[in-house]
Design a protein around this ligand. Structure first.
Ligand code: PMT
Length: 222
């Protein structure tokens, strides 16, 4: 028989980029394709979890057995995540959420004009921080996309945002981060030593993360 170690668990995963509108035809976004998050969603479902995938715009098909909620902006992602959060056991935040959005979204296309223009930006809500503040029984896994000082920033995120794990990837390394089919990550935990993994497919990385999640859930149910 196939072992289903996540049977009975509800796992919430966020994936992909967000889009922050400037006007009806323009937006700000980033290079996330959703591959990392969709791999985690697919593997979690395979391990028996009930999976909710809150996804920004991607070109990927919904993995088998996964419930997908489509969102565009950071604000929409925040609302979708907070609605499902009380019912979840595990949250894995692979999405590349915009930190800033245009302060004003114009209802009509902004006409071009001579000279420079500027777009004023304001901060979006930090979803992960809010989840950390409202955490009850949930196991909270954040991602960290860094280009330098990965160790230091990952541990800082773990503590400041009240997370259980941080999965850090150095997005300036070949074969890691945005768009590729592979990733190179280190998994940081509160108590255990960080676990640095070699270059692996995003599906293998997903399995490694879920292995750690399963171990931690077992530990807690003792
Ligand atoms: O989608 P792919 O092309 O496969 O690429 C995968 C990936 C590079 C996007 C992924 O591996 C990754 O690193 N995801 C996190 C990207 C990111 O936004 O990192 P960050 O260091 O800026 O944010 C840290 C954490 O805070 C993330 O878990 C993010 O989801 C969360 N966050 C950020 C901003 C915000 N307003 N709310 C948040 O919850």
């Amino acid at each position: 028989a196939r072992s289903l170690p996540l049977k009975g668990k509800h796992v919430l995963i966020t994936a992909g980029p967000t889009r922050e509108k400037i006007d009806p035809v323009r937006f700000m976004s980033n290079h996330s394709t959703g591959k990392m998050g969709y791999a985690v969603a697919e593997e979690a479902a395979r391990l028996g979890a009930a999976v909710t995938l809150v996804s920004g715009p991607t070109n990927l098909p919904t993995p088998p057995g996964v419930t997908r909620i489509n969102v565009e902006s950071a604000q929409e992602m925040f609302e979708a995540v907070m609605n499902v959060y009380p019912m979840t056991d595990v949250v894995i935040k692979t999405a590349a959420v915009a930190d800033y959005r245009p302060k004003v979204t114009y209802d009509q296309k902004v006409k071009k004009q001579p000279g420079a223009v500027s777009v004023e930006l304001e901060r979006t809500t930090d979803i992960l921080r809010t989840l950390g503040e409202q955490k009850e029984h949930q196991l909270l896994v954040g991602f960290a996309a860094e280009t330098n000082n990965v160790d230091e920033y990952a541990m800082k995120k773990l503590r400041e945002k009240n997370l259980d794990f941080v999965v850090a990837n150095n997005v300036s390394t070949e074969g890691a981060g945005f768009g590729t089919d592979t990733n190179i990550v280190t998994i940081y935990q509160r108590e255990a030593e960080p676990k640095s993994l070699p270059v692996l497919s995003k599906h293998e990385v997903a399995k490694e993360i879920l292995d750690e999640v399963i171990k931690e859930l077992k530990e807690r149910s003792r």
